[in-house]
Design a protein around this ligand. Structure first.
Ligand code: ATP
Ligand code: MG
Length: 560
């Protein structure tokens, strides 16, 4: 008798299933070739990461190839800055396209040639209605469109006009080239869609060679076919464009027959992924650039301390589906927390310092105590942390009149200082305003290392701390979700608490040599990374993520 499988075989998503079926049927000579086609008109965001992981992933899993192709057909919004950022970000995510870096603009000659081919076959024509008139002819979802009076121009006239469009003889808007398909089609995309428009803008790679530019719907299938793409994966909004994609492939003499398959784009709660909105945040200086650590861009997430592994794991975890859904941003936070938990060395840092003086500790004495670098990774070893008479603890870890469930430091109470000693608070020093500015404490020398001798009761709380004589000053930037609305739209204001800068933090001296992008856990405070602005004499840290999901709690109380 056959035993049931103990581990279920992981089920393939619908795209991988389809690719497997194509391979089995020996379609495309059993090749799998995908592409990631960004438009260089902005920085990549976490939604693009989903597409990148899918495009490159499907290819790699099937011994295929994935091209990086810039879809640079709209010169007015594109730039080399965006192109360079995209190259950097795809590499950083961990993907490699070898020498297969392509540009739709390199196909402009070929696209022009195929357009002429369509005209010659009576399948494209030059339209001379203006935009308003065209709109009136287009029809609606329920009514068919009407044919343009220019639809039946002769092939010769169309060829002549199209050539003169290319030569720059006409103003923008005077003419466009349209595919001649079916003005009464139920699918509006098939009602003689535009193929070329006049645009007198210099292209960042082609200069002023062209004054007509192909539309996305025409350029994309042809670019795919020229590159021998087999599976052209794109997001759902192109589903209704697929018949048009196929029409261009069928009617142009292209060297291969790619197929478009659509999947659901990533939507994240508390996050905006619209490029237009992200661009506005940058240009209106609502955030500090595309790589502001609050941005959902890959460069922002990188600066925030995210690892490529965490982002890839997230993309794998959310999977690929055919219908749109909203993913909880807590899932992204969970991925980075998981990854950083395994790899981050632990250190102690006090973000809002409160001075503590140990009255019974000898003046001028210093001890070096052993601290564990990473309890999740024994091979990370230990380090020494200096202890002295004057320390800092977190202001929040002390309360003069503690409520019932507060177990940390209070007058007359004892706590453990991590890796150090038990200390007891005997006195509270205040300034004129009544604010607590210092605690006078005593320590128990028998508790060195933080362990109670046999029989001695242990305190309930363990606090982190730094030695005032040895710690280093630092700036710490606490980031929170950029939007506090669960489903922000393009008009939503940003979360006013999304950035808090703490200027008088104190961190343990082992961080003296921390380099930009190093990642650590500040014990009890969260995961942090060294910011690009950091200098050895002026350390700056970004909070990547808190240790626990504080939002889950907030949401629970809100729902009560
Ligand atoms: P636009 O085309 O409006 O400028 P875009 O977000 O589609 O914006 P592209 O540069 O065209 O930007 O995107 C490149 C690829 O990334 C496309 O194939 C697109 O389908 C995919 N993509 C974009 N946004 C998402 C998302 N949120 N989730 C998954 N894939 C996405
Ligand atoms: Mg796009």
């Amino acid at each position: 008798m056959k035993m049931p499988d103990l581990e279920p075989t992981p089920s393939l998503d619908f795209i991988r299933t389809r690719v497997a079926e194509d391979l089995k049927a020996n379609k495309n000579d059993s090749r799998v070739h995908t592409r990631f086609p960004p438009e260089p008109n902005g920085y990549l965001h976490i939604g693009h990461a989903k597409a990148i992981c899918l495009d490159f992933g499907v290819a790699a899993e099937n011994n295929g190839f994935c091209n990086l192709r810039f879809d640079d057909t709209n010169p007015s919004k594109e730039s080399v800055e965006y192109e360079e950022s995209i190259i950097r970000d795809v590499k950083w995510l961990g993907f490699d396209w070898d020498n297969r870096l392509f540009y739709a603009s390199d196909y402009f000659d070929k696209l022009y040639e195929y357009a002429v081919h369509l005209i010659k076959n009576g399948k494209a024509y030059v339209e001379s209605l203006n935009a308003d008139e065209m709109r009136q002819h287009r029809g609606t979802l329920t009514e068919p469109g009407r044919e343009s009076p220019y639809r039946n121009r002769s092939v010769e006239e169309n060829l002549d006009l199209f050539e003169r469009m290319r030569k720059g003889e006409f103003e923008e808007g005077a003419h466009i080239l349209r595919a001649k398909i079916d003005m009464s089609s139920g699918n509006i995309n098939m009602r003689d869609p535009a193929m070329y428009r006049i645009l007198k803008a210099a292209h960042y790679r082609q200069g002023s060679k062209w004054v007509i530019y192909p539309m996305y719907d025409y350029a994309h299938p042809i670019s795919d076919a020229l590159e021998g793409i087999t599976h052209s994966l794109c997001t759902l909004e192109f589903e209704d464009h697929r018949p048009l994609y196929d029409w261009f492939i069928e009617n142009c003499p292209v060297p291969s027959r790619p197929e478009q398959i659509e999947f659901a784009r990533l939507n994240l709660s508390y996050t905006v992924l619209s490029k237009r909105k992200l661009l506005t945040l940058v240009t209106e200086k609502i955030v500090n650039g595309w790589d502001d650590p609050r941005m959902p861009t890959l460069s922002g997430l990188r600066r925030r301390g995210f690892t490529p592994e965490a982002i890839r794991n997230f993309c794998e975890a959310i999977g690929v589906a055919k219908r749109d859904a909203i993913v909880d941003v807590a899932q992204l936070e969970h991925s980075i927390r998981n990854d950083l938990n395994k790899r981050s060395p632990r250190v102690m840092a006090v973000l809002r310092p409160l001075r503590v003086v140990i009255d019974n500790y000898p003046e001028n004495q210093t001890e070096e105590l052993d601290a564990v670098n990473n309890p999740e990774d024994p091979s990370a070893g230990t380090r020494k942390v200096p202890f002295g008479r004057v320390l800092y603890i977190e202001q929040d870890d002390f309360m003069e009149n503690p409520p019932n469930k507060f177990f940390r430091l209070a007058p007359g109470r004892e706590v453990r200082l991590r890796y150090a000693y038990f200390i007891k608070c005997n006195d509270v020093v205040k300034d004129e305003s009544g604010k607590v500015i210092e605690l006078r404490c005593t320590y128990d020398p028998a508790t060195r290392g933080g362990d109670a001798p046999p029989g001695r009761p242990s305190p309930k709380a363990t606090l982190h701390w730094v030695s005032a004589a040895h710690s280093l000053p630092a700036e710490v930037r606490l980031y929170d979700r950029l939007f506090d609305k669960e489903r922000p739209d393009n008009d939503s204001p940003i979360n006013p608490k999304s950035l808090e800068v703490l200027k008088s933090c104190q961190v343990e001296p082992s961080l003296k040599t921390a380099k930009s992008t190093d990642r650590v856990q500040f014990e009890r405070m969260g995961y942090f990374c060294v910011d690009l602005d950091s200098k050895p004499e002026a350390l700056v840290f970004n909070r990547t993520v808190t240790l626990k999901d504080t939002w889950a709690k907030i949401e629970k109380t809100l729902k009560k």
